[in-house]
Design a binder for this molecule. Structure first.
Ligand SMILES: *[C@@H]1O[C@H](CO)[C@@H](O)[C@H](O)[C@H]1NC(C)=O
Ligand SMILES: *[C@@H]1O[C@H](CO)[C@@H](O)[C@H](O)[C@H]1NC(C)=O
Ligand SMILES: *[C@@H]1O[C@H](CO)[C@@H](O)[C@H](O)[C@H]1NC(C)=O
Length: 595
């Protein structure tokens, strides 16, 4: 009795020396009920194999970060355009000192010297340390296995569940690699080769003559070239003036390389003024680029982003993929988590391209919720620092295949796409045809089950929901973030791949084009001494909503349904519509003049 009173007193007065933690009292952090779809168990992970273990400490002032993001991105707020510096953002995502202390003592318990051995991100919210499988298994109370994806022949090392000491749960959001499997190579299926669309055989002079006559050439409805897009979205007369400051970033993952030979051949045929323009290739986390082995996704993204934004300098970030897997090779490290690798790199740069585009994604339900939230908060950091972050919305309509949930219950639900569903990115779906444009088949769209509806889209999304009444009730989340935000052409794109012209399509095609247009708007802002547009959505859903070509016909089938229907105003098929550069630029002008 007396002893426990003394002990209690000790605990209460122990601010300097925290109470002893029970590191053996573990509690589950995340688990799956079954091996994620498409993957198969292969073998136990080699005990001596090592990988980078990343620990995401809780960000102490993340609410302030989100508040700041909204204030600097809301045209009606007096802080609009006052973006944060790297130091500002790092301070907001820093963990509480108690979290750092608690983690450090746990690391010490496992023989890791937190001062010597550990790499910390700028904000200190991610700490990374190389461990062996045996060590990670002990720390996380788990077993790692090798899993195989027959469809792509890829292998990864993951686990179906992991735990942390109870005393760490309030301090740690997520540990990786653990339960996020991802589709790895299949992430690139956002774009489809379209052999059925004949590739373009035309006389450029004749085509230009048609265009000069004031018409969008009829061939543009089937075969899309930069010229078609520049006419359709009205960027054709704009001459960029801030190319010494403005930059456009295109991400590439998982051995999707881009070829300069193809790029130059593409320019020669479809954007002659750009011939000779070089792409800046920045390698991230053992990323490579092999000119001889280009991927269609990377070639598409780079060719169209550059053709639209020319001569804006463009950076291609090639983030490391999975090296070939040898099951008994203890040195293999194919555990990359591409978003984290790239985000860690870019958030560490002091100057970030004002516009960034990514054409990769996963089914939301296959990404652990805590992992989604952390990655989404990293996109918020990019927005707060003044970058417009663009993502494609996916190519399976409201969801691929039968659309069963993976929570063990196998109920039918629509399957949103991530990061398209993150409220801090601008998501692009697809359209096709001449004016007026139509929806293009299986446009990814719907409502997040993870992220609540942000207030910037309240009015438009509520209007849509009241229009459709109880259609699909129970299959989607009415209070979730609705996406896409906007759309762009996505069929019959003419690219040069391995020296020949090919036709390709998908939301992958639309995202770099919309990014190119946003990059031109950022250019315009900079030439007028204004800040870049940064996180776009609060502007898009307010004053800019009228500057989009509304798409009112079609739907996005999936999950054995017809999907959602397009309507006047925002809808989860084509968002607000496709961009009209001249109208958007006029809105910027109006604001500048009003200052
Ligand atoms: C390429 O882009 C990166 C990232 O913006 C930058 O740090 C680097 O200096 C650029 N390289 C060249 C040669 O322009
Ligand atoms: C972040 O930047 C610092 C300073 O440039 C550098 O020392 C560090 O290695 C970088 N970290 C990563 C992960 O790029
Ligand atoms: C719907 O979204 C809200 C807000 O994100 C979330 O709290 C809720 O759990 C979601 N409902 C379902 C059924 O997932």
């Amino acid at each position: 009795m007396l002893w426990s009173l003394i002990f209690l007193g000790l605990v209460q007065s122990s601010l300097a020396a925290p109470p002893i933690k029970r590191w053996d009292a573990m509690a589950e952090k995340h688990s799956w009920t079954e091996v994620p779809q498409g993957w198969e168990y292969h073998s136990p992970a080699p005990q001596g194999m090592s990988f980078q273990l990343r620990i995401g400490l809780k960000q102490d002032r993340v609410d302030d970060l989100i508040r700041d993001l909204y204030e600097v991105s809301d045209p009606a707020h007096h802080r609009y355009g006052n973006h944060l510096s790297k130091e500002d953002v790092d301070a907001l995502v820093a963990p509480h000192p108690e979290s750092v202390e608690t983690l450090n003592s746990w690391l010490q318990h496992h023989g890791i010297d937190p001062e010597q051995a550990v790499y910390r991100s700028g904000g200190g919210d991610w700490i990374t340390h190389r461990v062996t499988v045996a060590q990670a298994e002990k720390m996380l109370g788990t077993k790692y296995n090798v899993y195989h994806r027959p469809e792509t022949g890829s292998y990864i090392v993951r686990t179906l569940k992991y735990s942390l000491p109870r005393d760490l749960h309030d301090h740690v959001d997520v540990v990786s690699p653990t339960t996020y499997f991802g589709k790895t190579e299949a992430m690139r299926v956002n774009s489809f080769m379209q052999p059925e669309v004949p590739t373009m055989q035309y006389d450029l002079n004749q085509f230009n003559a048609d265009a000069d006559a004031g018409e969008i050439p009829a061939s543009c409805a089937r075969q899309v070239t930069p010229y078609c897009l520049r006419l359709l979205y009205k960027t054709i007369d704009y001459v960029p003036g801030a190319t010494d400051r403005n930059k456009l970033g295109v991400t590439g993952y998982l051995k999707e390389y881009t070829s300069n030979n193809d790029l130059q051949e593409f320019f020669k045929r479809f954007r002659p003024e750009a011939l000779g323009t070089k792409l800046n290739i920045t390698l991230v986390h053992d990323g490579l680029n092999d000119d001889e082995r280009p991927g269609t996704e990377a070639n598409l993204d780079v060719q169209y982003a550059m053709a639209i934004a020319h001569p804006t300098p463009t950076v291609f970030y090639s983030t490391g993929g999975s090296p070939p897997f040898i099951a008994d090779d203890a040195t293999m490290t194919n555990t990359n988590e591409p978003y984290l690798d790239w985000l860690e790199h870019i958030l560490n740069e002091t100057s970030i391209p004002q516009t960034l585009t990514t054409s990769y994604g996963d089914d939301e339900q296959t990404v652990p919720v805590e992992y989604q939230k952390r990655v989404c908060s990293m996109f918020a950091q990019l927005g707060a620092r003044g970058s417009s972050v663009i993502f494609s919305s996916g190519d399976y309509g409201v969801g691929p295949g039968l659309c069963y949930t993976n929570d063990g219950l196998k109920t039918q639900k629509f399957i949103p796409h991530f990061p398209a569903s993150c409220p801090f990115v601008t998501t692009v779906s697809k359209s096709t045809g001449g004016i007026p444009e139509k929806t293009a088949g299986l446009s990814g769209g719907g409502f997040s089950f993870t992220f609540p509806r942000p207030s910037y889209q309240d009015a438009q999304v509520k209007a849509y929901l009241s229009l459709i009444g109880d259609a699909y009730s129970g299959l989607y989340n009415e209070s979730g973030r609705g996406f896409p935000d906007v759309a762009g052409q996505a069929r019959g794109y003419q690219i040069v791949h391995k020296g020949t012209v090919r036709s390709i399509g998908g939301t992958s095609a639309a995202a770099p084009v919309v990014a190119g247009i946003v990059s031109l708007l950022n250019d315009y802002q900079l030439t007028k001494g204004q800040p870049p547009l940064g996180f776009l959505n609060p502007w898009l859903y307010s004053e800019a909503a009228s500057a989009f070509n509304d798409i009112v016909k079609g739907s996005n089938p999936g999950c054995r349904t017809l999907g959602f229907s397009a309507h006047h105003g925002w809808d989860p098929v084509t968002g607000l519509g496709t961009p009209d550069f001249e109208k958007l630029k006029a809105l910027l002008d109006k604001r500048i003049t009003a200052q």
